[in-house]
Design a protein around this ligand. Structure first.
Ligand code: FES
Length: 87
């Protein structure tokens, strides 16, 4: 078995441990095993993969329901390096 630079195996799954993928203008995909816990400590779900909303528009929070594709969500990009002050 081989792994890519972020530790995924030939099938795109984490070779070991957990991986977190922040998708451009989309959700956060966590490949595990992973447990989603509520604020009171109860476990909502235990799964090998969860897709979490980061646009705030999902009707099924904390999970992504695809609303980001239609609500104009644009994640902030990388801040460009500061230009040097002019003399
Ligand atoms: S990121 Fe997909 S619904 Fe919010």
């Amino acid at each position: 078995m081989t792994t890519d630079p972020i530790g995924r195996d030939d099938h795109g799954e984490p070779a070991d441990g957990v991986s977190v993928e922040v998708r451009q203008n989309g959700p956060i995909v966590i490949s595990g095993p992973v447990s989603v816990m509520l604020g009171n400590g109860s476990v909502l779900e235990t799964s090998e993969r969860v897709v979490l909303c980061r646009c705030g528009g999902s009707g099924n929070k904390p999970y992504c329901d695809g609303s980001h594709k239609h609500n104009g969500f644009r994640a902030p990009g990388v801040v460009p390096p500061r230009k040097p002050d002019r003399p």
